[in-house]
Design a protein around this ligand. Structure first.
Ligand code: COA
Length: 190
């Protein structure tokens, strides 16, 4: 398989349709068997495009932003949104709200590049630690552990109406610039 030529940048309103497509395809791929087929099939590209457009335009309220992972040939292949930790944040400053990679490009370094981009953005905003919630039975848990996250909390939430167990992964200290570059350069090599 060819190496991906990846870069990560802040999303623009015109990216919204691409982000909505990735988000919907990723939900349909990840949550098949967890969330009803009917609900997943009803996710609307138009509604999610409007939602991402609004989220991108709200950038920097709550110290938040949306990042896009772009591949030189294929365009947008992943997204990440973040901001200040919600609820009480369990003692963490920043939170990754969403992190999704196009199912056609899983396991090729885009998730690592987006997380490294998010950590860099946290540091620019003086957010010194990070929390992310994942479905307890999601493979994303292995990814967050591989990225150095520790299991620090559990909770039950509703995901499209279904009661869902979640695990909180925490980074008390974000990687220093050098370590982030290491994260980034490993993704460049993958
Ligand atoms: C979780 C997700 C963002 C990871 O992104 P990715 O681009 O596939 O991951 P990367 O290729 O950057 O992987 C980085 C490292 O994480 C680990 N990893 C990633 N996916 C893994 C999996 N399914 N199982 C075990 N380890 C995994 C590997 O150690 C990998 O390191 P390596 O490349 O040296 O082997 C992506 O799989 C995804 O979008 N999943 C579906 C949506 C989702 O669950 N999002 C999270 C919601 S909280």
């Amino acid at each position: 398989m060819d190496d991906l030529a990846l870069s990560v940048r802040t999303a623009r309103p015109e990216d919204a349709a691409d982000l909505a497509r990735i988000y919907i395809e990723s939900w349909q791929d990840t949550y098949a068997g967890v969330i009803s087929h009917t609900l997943l099939g009803a996710m609307s590209l138009r509604a999610h495009t409007a939602r991402w457009q609004a989220t991108i335009k709200r950038t920097d309220r709550n110290s938040g932003a949306v990042l896009v992972a772009e591949e030189a040939r294929f365009g947008a292949i992943g997204l990440c949104s973040f901001g200040k930790a919600r609820d009480n944040g369990a003692g963490y400053d920043g939170e990754i709200y969403t992190l999704y990679v196009d199912p056609a490009f899983l396991g090729r370094g885009a998730g690592r590049a987006l997380l490294a981009g998010g950590f860099d953005a946290f540091k620019e905003r003086k957010l010194r630690s990070c929390l992310v919630w994942a479905h307890a039975r999601n493979n994303a848990c292995f990814f967050y552990e591989a990225m150095g996250g520790r299991r620090v909390a559990t909770r039950t939430t509703r995901l499209m109406g279904e009661l869902t167990p979640e695990v909180g992964f925490g980074w008390k200290r974000l990687a220093t610039g050098k370590q982030t570059r290491t994260l980034q350069s490993r993704s460049d090599q993958s």
